[in-house]
Design a binder for this molecule. Structure first.
Ligand code: G6Q
Length: 562
């Protein structure tokens, strides 16, 4: 039995089509079609996507849409939106769309309406965030809260941290947000030195409430608070939890009344729209959080209803499949020309690579095509002075997403013009390159039939020629919006969530499980007894490790036990 998409007719057609396009330069595609921008750009949900600087033609798009049809994309979209258990290995629905279902239409999981619970938690988040923001919520000694600290990791950290940072312009002046995720005590320690226990509120965010790093940080923060305020009762006024595991939260010592619930049909990396967004709500206010949800909802509707050739996530997903599967591109770079999005590449690393870093199909069959590109990136202008060299003259094909805000959050004269012109100049240069003739003309290489000194000059410049040539033909998408608002950010995040879904459907994989992460959680405890044992030669003899691990353990233990 072979159900792989790579064994379908359309896959082979795309392979042949790729061979015909492989030698064509994008500058020729532009030269032969004055309407290329109009043809290959879409405006929807307050975003403009220009995908004309890609190595594709109308035929490519038609074939890619046929691929999506063969993979039954429309059916899979409907399944996800209807709350079916699309996460087949965990037998769960993936209903992040319900969390931002601002139309409040009915959505069922196992025959049960989910919207009443979603709305109930949103109302609880409003009430809590307003009491913290207004100063009504008091710490143990009667002072209002000035700092919130989110303790969580992975999906319980990256999304809220990225959004909170991106929407800094919406923070009230009297509140500060911190995010502690790493088990290295330095992360917590450095954060605590900036904090006053009397005015600090900790949000312990963990879907399972079993995650080693989060529980370690939460325990140490709890102890710090008790030591500073001298009373265990202080915990009730300074700790709240966000989790699906009420029992574990209670066992930890957090009053269930201070717990914000979510559900197993919310995946960690898709959870910022749920109570996991609590730090966002405290920092930007519930009305703005609802705008974030509205932006995502708007994109959800677009994804569900727009025809494939006008559908932003479908187009971006198919283009990504085109490069990964047919050009063997192994990475994609995310380049925001909007400094507020500085954490967006890191957030997308998890969203994309945890979702698509899979080697078997939903049915468990090994794939025979590469699945997930490696995601990396950094804010545009900074990247230009660092890694763009690789994009311009390296040997790899690296598709890029330029994400551009027309207006910045801060208006210093001349700054935004510099940002915008650099962004556009880069997409242009990556596409066009500079061929040897153009480079020769630019270097002003003199005519060699001239005096000796001119000949030498000419030779030197000719030697430089290959170093100054830029092949171009590097593909890019450009996404433009007016200014980053909560609503636009919601739209942008949902766009990438659904782009990932489109890729997963084309490749036939389940994007909603993460057994690799689970493995990390399982093995996290296996070396602990060995490391903690005082005697160098005891515990690690009970569990036999490979010689490398044994050697490393012994080296570390020699230092630890002096
Ligand atoms: C996300 C993953 C993973 C998870 C963290 C934290 O999709 O499942 O990144 O979010 O491991 O898990 P907890 O929220 O359960 O602590």
């Amino acid at each position: 039995m072979n159900n792989l998409i790579s064994h379908t007719k359309i896959w082979n057609t795309l392979k042949t089509h790729q061979q015909s396009l492989a030698q064509i330069h994008m500058r020729d595609l532009f030269a032969s079609d004055s309407q290329r921008f109009e043809r290959f750009s879409v405006e929807a949900c307050d975003l403009l996507l220009d995908y004309s600087k890609n190595r594709l033609t109308t035929e490519t798009l038609t074939l890619l849409q046929q691929l999506a049809t063969t993979a039954k994309l429309q059916k899979w979209i409907a399944r996800m939106f209807q709350g079916e258990k699309v996460n087949n290995t965990e037998q769960r629905a993936a209903l992040h769309i319900a969390l931002r279902n601002r139309s409040n239409t009915s959505i069922l999981v196992d025959g049960k309406e989910v919207m009443p619970e979603v709305n109930m938690i949103l109302a609880k988040m409003r009430q809590f965030s307003e009491s913290v923001r207004s100063g009504e919520w008091r710490g143990y000694t009667g002072k209002p809260i000035k700092s919130i600290v989110n303790i969580g990791i992975g999906g319980s950290d990256l999304g809220p941290a990225m959004v909170t940072r991106a929407l800094k312009a919406y923070h009230p002046p009297h509140l500060r947000a911190y995010f502690v995720s790493n088990a290295d005590g330095t992360h917590l320690g450095e954060t605590l030195t900036e904090l006053d226990p009397e005015t600090t509120l900790f949000i312990v965010a963990s879907k399972t409430f079993t995650t080693q790093e989060t529980l370690l940080n939460a325990r140490s923060a709890r102890q710090w608070l008790i030591n500073k305020l001298g009373d265990e009762k202080a915990v009730a006024k300074h700790f709240v939890a966000v989790s699906t595991a009420k029992q574990k939260v209670t066992e930890f010592g957090i009053d269930p009344a201070n717990m914000f619930e979510f559900w197993d049909w919310v995946g960690g990396r898709y959870s910022l729209w749920s109570a996991i967004g609590l730090p966002i709500v405290v920092m930007i206010g519930m009305d703005n959080f609802e705008q974030l949800l509205s932006g995502a909802h708007q994109l959800d509707k677009h994804f569900e209803t727009a025809p494939f050739d006008k559908n932003l996530p479908v187009l971006m997903g198919l283009i990504s499949v085109w490069y990964s599967s047919f050009f063997n591109a192994t990475t994609e770079a995310i380049l925001p020309y909007d400094y507020t999005l500085e954490l967006f590449p890191a957030y997308l690393q998890q969203l994309v690579m945890e979702s698509l870093g899979k080697q078997v199909t939903r049915e468990g069959e090994n794939v025979d095509y590469p699945t997930c590109p490696i995601i990396w990136g950094a804010p545009g202008n900074n990247g230009q002075h660092a890694f763009y060299q690789l994009l311009h003259q390296g040997t790899l094909m690296i598709p890029t997403d330029f994400i551009i805000a027309i207006f910045s959050q801060h208006n210093f004269p001349g700054h935004q013009e510099a940002v915008l012109s650099n962004a556009l100049a880069q997409t242009y240069a990556l596409m066009m390159g500079r061929n040897p003739e153009e480079t020769q003309a630019l270097l002003k290489i003199p005519n060699p039939s001239l005096p000796q000194c001119e000949i030498e000059k000419s030779e030197k410049l000719t030697q430089q020629l290959p170093h100054r040539v830029f092949p171009g033909n590097q593909p890019s998408n450009t996404l433009i919006y007016k200014k980053l608002t909560p609503k636009i950010l919601g739209t942008l995040i949902a766009l990438y969530e659904h782009k990932v879904f489109v890729q997963s459907v084309c490749w036939g994989i389940n994007p909603f499980d993460q057994w690799g992460v689970e493995l990390g959680k399982q093995v996290a405890g296996t070396l602990l007894p060995t490391l903690c044992s005082e005697q160098e030669k005891d515990a690690h003899h009970t569990i036999k490790h490979d010689p490398s691990t044994e050697g490393l353990l012994n080296y570390i233990k020699a230092y630890r036990h002096g």
